[in-house]
Design a protein around this ligand. Structure first.
Ligand code: MEV
Length: 324
């Protein structure tokens, strides 16, 4: 009986969410919170799917039934198996797939991309496709499109390759992660919906094409400047750029009162910069500062009912934990 286990990190976007969808550069970081996928053979001729986080177990006699009857919330997974079946010649039978994640869903921390990448990597290993990271990211991107509509591809790229990346139009370069970068992630207690946020920005773009283009361009310039400042280690300047980026996200309409409240608290208590991360309209806020200040911000936010944690970078990206 064969068993394969893989893990893939989550992510946070430091600069350029939304504008990246329209081809402008962005910077993202893989974080040390992971999704896991385990695939194993079972005796019965069926496909078993276990979602640990949702306490859900599904069983299907074959892939066709799986694709037709899995709840829409889990369409990404049936879509993935369909892609592997139709485009990569994999026949799924007598297997059990177990998915779990320490990333809370709809938080802006890349839970869907990280699950997609872990799943693709596990299937590739289990069925001896031995795909490299580029191929894994490409298939995970197909999965991301199933649930997010028109994503940029930054999430699957960073969750696959790890580290800090500068991303533009499907191309990326890895930046070496500076140890001085301390980032606090705070949850707004509002689940966000990436597809809805992307659609809202598209509606804004259609309504105000000149203004949106101007905003995207400015956000792109911020990401380019931020890349240089990250290399220089100029924390205050990186913080200022985050604040600038946040102003444009407000203009795009993807911030909200809760995000603004958290940003204000962070800045009032010594953060160099603070902004939403990911699609917005909920999800998480990131703040940059010294460890001492960020710990203080975390305490103040907790008193107001917002949970926060300091994040670490993941340097490896997706990996096979075990295969036997
Ligand atoms: C990515 O986490 C957030 C968005 O930029 C969408 C995308 O790039 O696919 C809003």
């Amino acid at each position: 009986m064969k068993i394969v286990s893989t893990i893939a990190p989550g992510k946070c976007i430091l600069f350029g969410e939304h504008s990246v969808v329209y081809g402008y550069p962005a910077i993202a970081m893989a974080i040390s919170l992971y999704s896991r996928c385990v695939i194993e053979n079972i005796k019965e001729k069926k496909i078993q799917l276990v979602f640990k986080n949702y306490d859900k177990i599904f069983e299907f006699p074959d892939l066709k039934t799986f694709v037709l009857s899995v709840p829409s919330q889990f369409k990404q997974v049936s879509g993935c198996l369909k892609i592997f079946n139709e485009e990569h010649g994999v026949n799924f039978e007598n297997i059990k797939l177990t998915l779990s994640s320490s990333l809370f869903p709809s938080s802006g921390l890349g839970s869907s991309a990280s699950i997609a990448v872990a799943l693709v990597s596990a299937i590739s290993e289990f069925y001896e496709k031995n795909y490299d990271k580029y191929e894994i990211s490409k298939i995970a991107f197909q999965m991301e499109k199933i649930i997010h509509g028109t994503p940029s591809g930054i999430d699957n790229t960073v969750c696959t390759h790890g580290n800090l990346i500068f991303y533009k139009k499907g191309e990326f370069s890895s930046l070496s992660f500076p140890n001085y970068l301390q980032i606090l992630v705070s949850y707004t207690n509002i689940a966000h919906d990436t597809k809805r946020a992307i659609e809202a920005v598209r509606a804004f773009k259609n309504e105000k094409p000149d203004l949106s283009e101007k905003i995207f361009k400015e956000m792109g310039k911020i990401a380019e400047t931020a890349e240089k400042q990250l290399l220089n280690g100029n924390l205050r300047e990186i913080g200022n750029l985050m604040n600038e980026n946040q102003k444009y996200l407000v203009e795009l309409g993807v911030s909200n009162d809760t995000i603004s409240e958290i940003v204000k608290i962070a800045l009032r208590n010594g953060a160099y910069g603070s902004k939403l991360t990911g699609a917005g309209l909920g999800g998480c806020v990131i703040s940059l500062g010294t460890k001492k200040e960020l710990k203080k911000i975390s305490r103040v936010l907790k008193e107001r009912g917002f949970e926060s944690f300091l994040i670490n970078v993941d340097r490896e990206g997706v990996k096979i934990e075990s295969s036997k």
